[in-house]
Design a protein around this ligand. Structure first.
Ligand SMILES: Cc1ncc(COP(=O)(O)O)c(C=O)c1O
Length: 376
C-alpha cells in the first residue's frame, strides 16, 4: 500500500523467473514488438513509446537531455519533491530554470502556467507532474496541455505514479512527452523507464545539440523502427520487458476506463475513511494513486508507518522533505482492490488507537464499506 513500488500480480512475478532470452533472438524481439504496441494503450497514444533500462528519474533526465540543450530555458511546475526533481535535473544539465512554485498539497492553477508561458516565450520545455506522489496532489494536465499546445513550448509530463491510475489521454490532450516507470500503475518491479513522444517532440528532438549517448532518443527510435521487428540500441532489461508483456495483457483485459474507475473508487473510499476517523487530507485536489493525510496532533507520522509495517505487515509511507513526520501516505494503485483498502483502514484504526489517538474503531472501515456497497 505504498505509492510505489507496488504489489505485483503472481503472473507478472513468475514471468520474471523465466529463463533469460538473448535480446537479438526472434523470440525476444517478438515479445518486445508486442510490448511496444500494447504499451501505447497505457499512454493513450499512437506515437512510439521508448523503453529504457532505467528508473523513472532516468526517464526524466533522458527527456530533458533530448528535448532541450544547455543554456535553453525550461519552466518547471514545482509543487513537491518530484516536480522539484525536474528542476534539479535541468539545473544539473545547465539549463536555465524558471519555477512555477506551488504550495505543497495544492495543484498548479492553469492561469499561472499561462502567465509563465507568456512571460517566457523562449522556454523550450514546460515540465509538470500528473500525480505528485510526495503531496498526493493531482495537477490539471488536460488544461495545461491545451494552454501549452498553443505555444512553441513543449510539454513534458512525469506520469510515473499517474500512468494507468489517473486519467491521462496523451494524444487527445496534446501532451508532448510522457515519462513513466514500471513500479507503480504498471504493477511491475522498478527498472524500466517508458517515454512516449508527440510528433512535435520528435521534430524538436532532431535540432537539439545536447551531449548524449546512452540516453539518445534518436538511437532508440532508429532501432525501434529500422527493421521489421523493433530492437534496442543497447541490451534491454529482458526479464522486465517480458514481465511488462504479461502486465499489459492484464491491463488490456481489464480496460483502461475500468482501471481508472477502480482507482477512483479506491481513492474515494480511502479519503472518506480518513475523514470519518476525524483526520484531515493533505492534498486539496487529491490524486487517485495516493491519499496523503495530516498526522494527528502530537503524532509523528513515522510512528504510524512503522507500526503499520511491524504490527500489521502493511507498507504505507510517511512524508518526504519538509513533510517528513507530518503526513502519511496510503498508495492504492496498480494491483490493488477493495480488500486491500479495507484491511489497510482497519489496521490503521488499530494503530491509531494504539497511539492513543481518539478515534472510533470501525468508523473509517464503515465509511469505506458504505462506499463499496453503494458502488456498482
Ligand atoms: C511522481 C514521481 N516522479 C518521479 C519518481 C522517481 O522515480 P524513480 O524513483 O523510479 O527514479 C517517482 C517515484 O516515486 C514519482 O512518484
Amino acid at each position: 500500500m505504498a505509492p510505489g513500488p507496488t504489489e505485483i500480480p503472481p503472473q507478472v512475478l513468475s514471468a520474471g523467473g523465466e529463463p533469460i532470452l538473448h535480446h537479438r533472438t526472434p523470440e525476444f524481439r517478438a515479445i518486445f514488438a508486442d510490448v511496444c504496441e500494447k504499451i501505447k494503450y497505457a499512454f493513450q497514444t499512437t506515437q512510439p513509446v521508448l523503453t529504457l533500462a532505467a528508473g523513472g528519474t532516468g526517464g526524466m533526465e533522458a527527456t530533458i537531455v533530448n528535448l532541450s540543450a544547455p543554456d535553453e530555458k525550461i519552466i518547471v511546475i514545482s509543487g513537491g519533491v518530484f516536480g522539484e526533481r525536474w528542476a534539479k535535473i535541468a539545473e544539473a544539465l545547465e539549463r536555465k530554470v524558471v519555477r512555477i512554485t506551488v504550495e505543497y498539497g495544492k495543484a498548479v492553477k492553469p492561469e499561472e502556467v499561462r502567465k509563465a508561458l507568456s512571460e517566457n516565450p523562449d522556454a523550450v520545455l514546460l515540465c509538470g507532474t500528473l500525480s505528485e506522489t510526495s503531496t498526493g496532489a493531482l495537477h490539471p494536465i488536460e488544461e495545461i496541455a491545451a494552454i501549452t499546445k498553443a505555444t512553441n513550448t513543449l510539454f513534458a509530463l512525469d506520469a510515473i505514479s499517474g500512468l494507468v491510475a489517473c486519467k491521462l489521454k496523451m494524444d487527445e490532450w496534446g501532451v508532448d512527452a510522457v515519462v513513466s516507470g514500471t513500479q507503480k500503475g504498471l504493477m511491475m518491479p522498478p527498472g524500466l523507464a517508458l517515454i512516449a513522444l508527440s510528433e512535435r517532440a520528435l521534430t524538436a528532438m532532431k535540432t537539439k545539440k545536447s551531449p548524449k549517448f546512452y540516453w539518445s532518443f534518436e538511437s532508440a527510435l532508429k532501432k525501434l523502427t529500422e527493421d521489421k521487428l523493433p530492437d534496442t540500441p543497447w541490451t534491454p532489461n529482458v526479464s522486465l520487458v517480458r514481465q511488462l508483456q504479461v502486465s499489459l495483457q492484464l491491463i488490456h483485459a481489464e480496460g483502461i476506463e475500468n482501471i481508472w474507475a477502480r482507482h477512483e473508487l479506491l481513492a474515494h473510499a480511502t479519503r472518506e475513511a480518513m475523514k470519518a476517523l476525524g483526520l484531515t487530507l493533505f492534498a486539496e485536489t487529491p490524486s487517485v494513486s495516493v491519499t496523503s493525510v495530516h498526522s494527528p496532533a502530537g503524532i509523528n507520522s513515522g510512528d504510524i508507518v512503522k507500526k503499520m509495517r511491524s504490527e500489521w505487515g502493511i507498507s504505507i509511507v510517511g512524508g518526504q522533505g519538509t513533510m517528513e513526520g507530518k503526513i502519511f501516505r496510503i498508495g492504492h494503485l496498480g494491483y490493488c482492490d477493495r480488500t486491500d483498502v479495507l484491511m489497510t483502514i482497519a489496521a490503521l484504526e488499530c494503530v491509531l488507537s494504539g497511539l492513543n489517538v481518539p478515534i472510533t474503531l470501525g468508523a473509517g472501515t464503515k465509511a469505506a464499506q458504505e462506499i463499496f456497497l453503494n458502488s456498482k
